[in-house]
Design a protein. Structure first.
Lengths: 221, 244
C-alpha cells in the first residue's frame, strides 16, 4: 500500500503544480456545455429537457481529453519503466494514478456541474441526483479511461484511437447517469439507476486496474 | 493445445478443414438461397420482408460467434502466449466487423417497413452498434503501432475487455422490454413456424461454413505477411552489414 500512497502523492503534487491542466479540462466542460443552448436555441423547456444528457456528454468528453495525462508523460520520460521494474504490484500503481486522475478531473467536474446545470435550466429536483450520479459514475470513467490510455501508449494517432476505444465502453455510464437525473425530475425513485451506476463502479474497480496493468506491462517492454 | 503453437501443425489441420468448409458452404448456399429468397412461403404478417431475416439472423449469429472466438483466442494469447491464437484473432476480426455491419444494415432495411423507422435506440440495436465500434477499435488498435507485436498485445487486451458487451447483447431483448423481438431459438423449442426454420438453418450453416473457409484463407495471408516482413527485415539487416 505504500506504493499506492507514494504514487498518489506524487501525481497529486504534480497536478497541483501544473494546475493549468485541470483548468483546461474544466474550461472545455464549460465551453462544450454552453455550445448546446447556442446551437439548439434558448427555450427554457427544451433546455431543461436535454440538460442532464448535455451535462453527461460534455463531462465524458472533457474527461476523455484528460485521459492521456494518466500515463503518457510518465511513459515518455521513462518513469513508467521504473514503476514497472520496481517490483511493487503494478495494480496499485494503476489504482493510485486513476485515483489521482479522478481527484484532479472527476471531482472538479462534479463541483462545476451544478453551475452549468443552472445555465441549462435543469429543474430543481434534478440537482441531487445529478451530483450523486456524477459522484458514482466519474470513478468508472477514470478507471475505464485508464485501460484505454494504457493501451494506446506509444501508438500512432493515439488521441483519436483512445476516443474510439473508450467511448463505446462509456455508454452504460451515460445511459444510467442521465436516467437517474430524469427519474429524479419526474419524481420517480432513483435508487435502481444509482445502484446500477454503483455496480458499474465496483465492477470497474475490481477488473479495470488489472487490464490497465497488463497493458502497461506490454507498453513498457 | 501447445502442439498447435507450431504454425505448420496448425495450418495442416486448418488446410484439411478448408475444402470441407468451402464445399459445404457452396452446397448450403445453393440449397438455402433459393428456398430462403424464392420458394419459402411469405410470412402472414411480414409478407416478403421476412426474407431479409434469413440474411439478418445468420449475420448477427456470425458477428457474435466471431467476437467470442476473438475474445477466447486473445485470452489464450495473453495467458499462454499462444502465438497462433493471436494470428487467428487478427485474421477473423475484419469478418466480424463486416457481418456486424451486414446485420445492422439488413436490420435497418427490415425496420423501415415493419417498425416504420430505420433506427430505434433500443437496447439490442444500441449494443450491436457498440459491437461494431469495438470491432473497428480492435482493428485500428492492432494496426496502430510501429512494432506489430505491441499492436497484437494491446488489441488482445481490448478484445478481452470488450467481451463484457457480449452477454449484454445476448440478454438485452430479455432484460429490457424492447422493440426488437426476443430470440427465436429458445431452450426446448422454437417460437417460429417450421416453414421458416428450414431456410434459416440452411443459411446459418452456410454462413458458418463460409466464415470458417474465409478464416483459413485469411490465416494463410496473415502468416505469409509475417514471413514477408521477416524476410524484408533480414534483407535490410544483411545489406547494411558490410557498410558498418
Amino acid at each position: 500500500m505504500t506504493v499506492f500512497a507514494a504514487v498518489l502523492k506524487r501525481d497529486l503534487s504534480l497536478a497541483i503544480r501544473q494546475s493549468a491542466d485541470t483548468f483546461t479540462v474544466l474550461a472545455f466542460f464549460a465551453i462544450a456545455t454552453v455550445l448546446f443552448p447556442l446551437g439548439i436555441g434558448p427555450e427554457t423547456n427544451t433546455l431543461a429537457r436535454i440538460a442532464s444528457g448535455v451535462l453527461w456528454v460534455s463531462a465524458l468528453l472533457a474527461a476523455l481529453l484528460s485521459l492521456d495525462r494518466i500515463f503518457a508523460v510518465d511513459f515518455e520520460d521513462g518513469t513508467l519503466d521504473q514503476l514497472v521494474l520496481c517490483g511493487e504490484p503494478l495494480v496499485f500503481v494503476v489504482l493510485a494514478k486513476t485515483a489521482a486522475h479522478w481527484l484532479t478531473t472527476g471531482l472538479p467536474l462534479i463541483i462545476l456541474s451544478p453551475v452549468l446545470a443552472v445555465t441549462l435550466h435543469l429543474p430543481a429536483q434534478g440537482y441531487g441526483a445529478l451530483l450523486l450520479a456524477l459522484f458514482l459514475g466519474t470513478p468508472t470513467v477514470s478507471l475505464i479511461g485508464a485501460v484505454g490510455a494504457a493501451l494506446v501508449l506509444g501508438s500512432r494517432r493515439g488521441g483519436v484511437l483512445l476516443s474510439f476505444l473508450v467511448l463505446p465502453l462509456y455508454v452504460p455510464i451515460l445511459i444510467f447517469g442521465t436516467l437517474s437525473v430524469e427519474a429524479a425530475i419526474i419524481g420517480v425513485s432513483t435508487k435502481a439507476t444509482l445502484a446500477l451506476l454503483g455496480a458499474l463502479a465496483l465492477f470497474a474497480v475490481t477488473l479495470a486496474p488489472w487490464a490497465a496493468a497488463a497493458a502497461l506491462r506490454q507498453a513498457a517492454e | 493445445m501447445h502442439r498447435f503453437a507450431n504454425p505448420t501443425t496448425f495450418m495442416r489441420i486448418a488446410n484439411a478443414v478448408f475444402p470441407w468448409a468451402a464445399g459445404l458452404a457452396v452446397v448450403l448456399f445453393l440449397a438455402g438461397l433459393p428456398i430462403a429468397l424464392v420458394t419459402s412461403p411469405p410470412d402472414y404478417q411480414q409478407g416478403d420482408t421476412v426474407r431479409l431475416f434469413y440474411i439478418h439472423v445468420p449475420s448477427a449469429w456470425i458477428s457474435l460467434l466471431v467476437y467470442g472466438s476473438m475474445a477466447v483466442s486473445s485470452a489464450a494469447f495473453l495467458i499462454w502466449r499462444h502465438p497462433m491464437a493471436n494470428v487467428s484473432a487478427r485474421a477473423i476480426a475484419p469478418m466480424g466487423a463486416t457481418f456486424t455491419g451486414l446485420a445492422l444494415i439488413t436490420g435497418m432495411l427490415w425496420g423501415q417497413p415493419m417498425w416504420g423507422t430505420f433506427w430505434v435506440w433500443d437496447a439490442r440495436l444500441t449494443s450491436f452498434l457498440l459491437l461494431f465500434f469495438l470491432y473497428l477499435g480492435y482493428i485500428a488498435l492492432a494496426d496502430a503501432f510501429e512494432d506489430p507485436e505491441r499492436g497484437d498485445k494491446a488489441a488482445a487486451i481490448l478484445a478481452v475487455v470488450g467481451s463484457v458487451n457480449l452477454p449484454i447483447i445476448h440478454f438485452s431483448v430479455e432484460w429490457w422490454n424492447t422493440l426488437h423481438q426476443p430470440s427465436i431459438v429458445k431452450m426446448g423449442g422454437f417460437t417460429v413456424d417450421g416453414s421458416i426454420l428450414l431456410p434459416l438453418f440452411l443459411m446459418l450453416g452456410a454462413f458458418t461454413c463460409y466464415t470458417v473457409a474465409v478464416w483459413v484463407l485469411r490465416l494463410r495471408a496473415e502468416l505469409l505477411a509475417v514471413k514477408l516482413r521477416n524476410a524484408r527485415m533480414s534483407e535490410v539487416s544483411l545489406s547494411r552489414m558490410p557498410a558498418e
